[in-house]
Design a protein around this ligand. Structure first.
Ligand code: MG
Length: 373
């Protein structure tokens, strides 16, 4: 463990757990949180959930699990350099996508649409719901009973109406306070990871190509450097080298700029962090380049007709599942029928959100194909 700064979150200044537990021996409070996340069922399901490409499209594309591991790795490197709590960053980053539906953002949008008359569906809030309520593994409580700061980091965004129902955890959204630097960092580590691995996965899939990426300044700059240093490199290695160098540039810039921001704002402790505007961030130049890359990915990859076509199937699948379960609750497993009695459509949303891509596809076949059991 690195040496923590006075404004880092620590086991000592933590606001603790909802249900009191004795401090662990041999590991910190946040190491315990990380361990609980890794042992959860929701974490294992991330292996079969879409990041951009649906699980059956290929074995080498990122899944939510490998994405989360990359985010954790990037997050930890930055935390160590900034004297922040690595274990907390690791716990937040490994848990940040636990609430995602099958089929990525298309699945989340479809479920949100299905739930519009019942409070909507937000994946950040669902991630919190997984660790607060839905995991069933401990003798004396539901959920994982994680520390306040881990839960704060998981709840990246939430609608105002939902923030009001969350007590202490929702207050920062209503009072416009900043979360810990560890939470801010986890958020940007997510962004660094997905922008870069989507370039890699996009090229691998053939949906985008190197010629198109020449338009993107951060990519073309790094590609040129790699080509100059290694002119005879195979294209695949050239892509890896370029992406690797891009990640390095972003991480280094984030560390330098954030150090400067923390110094300029005279941050001395955690209270100062909460009162200040967000301090973890890129320099102006790199931010501009990141936006350019994001726009490229949005136009050329996320809106590519093959991605849109798969998203359309995903939406259709989620909508059909939701409407079947909502109109005939006896189609739900017994446990969810009982939950439906108490919580209504939220039980259907929990059931669908918990599905992996392949489970949702199978469930769709079981419900709508006559030749299936
Ligand atoms: Mg993510």
């Amino acid at each position: 463990m690195n040496k923590l700064t006075d404004y880092a979150v620590s086991s000592e200044n933590s606001r603790g757990r909802v249900i009191f537990e004795e401090s662990p021996t041999g590991r910190s409070e946040f190491q315990r949180d990380r361990d609980r996340i890794i042992h959860s069922a929701a974490f294992r399901r991330l292996e079969y959930k879409t990041q951009v490409f649906v699980n059956h499209e290929g074995d080498l594309f990122r899944t939510r699990l490998t994405h989360s591991l990359e985010v954790a790795q990037i997050g930890r490197s930055i935390a160590r350099n900034l004297g922040l709590n690595e274990d907390l960053v690791e716990a937040i980053t490994l848990a940040h996508d636990l609430g995602h539906t099958p089929f990525g953002h298309a699945g989340q949008d479809a479920l949100n649409n299905c739930m519009r008359d019942y409070g909507g569906f937000e994946h950040n809030l669902q991630s919190l719901r997984v660790v607060d309520v839905l995991e069933e593994r401990y003798a004396t409580f539901d959920g994982l009973n994680l520390c306040y700061e881990t839960r704060e980091g998981i709840l990246k965004h939430v609608a105002k109406k939902n923030a009001q129902k969350l007590g202490a955890l929702g207050e920062r959204f209503l009072q416009h306070k900043s979360p810990s630097l560890e939470a801010q960092l986890a958020n940007l580590a997510d962004e660094i990871a997905y922008n870069n691995h989507d370039v890699d996965d996009g090229l691998r899939s053939g949906l985008i190509n190197l010629a198109q990426l020449q338009e993107v300044s951060i990519f073309s700059r790094h590609l040129l450097r790699v080509k100059t240093l290694h002119p005879s490199l195979s294209e695949r290695r050239m892509v890896y080298e370029t992406v690797r160098n891009m990640i390095n540039t972003l991480v280094t810039d984030l560390i330098q700029q954030s150090t400067q921001n923390i110094r300029d704002a005279c941050i001395r402790n955690l209270e100062d962090v909460h009162a200040a505007p967000p301090l973890i961030g890129f320099s102006g130049q790199v931010k501009k380049e990141q936006q350019e890359l994001k726009k490229f990915l949005f136009d050329k990859l996320y809106r590519h007709f093959r991605v849109v076509r798969m998203n359309n199937k995903a939406r259709h699948t989620i909508e059909k599942l939701f409407s079947a379960f909502s109109s005939e609750i006896r189609l739900l497993p017994q446990k969810y029928q009982e939950k439906f009695e108490a919580e209504g459509q939220q039980a259907v949303a929990d059931y669908i959100a918990g599905m992996t891509d392949r489970y949702a596809i199978k469930e769709y076949q079981r419900l709508f194909t006559i030749a299936q059991d």
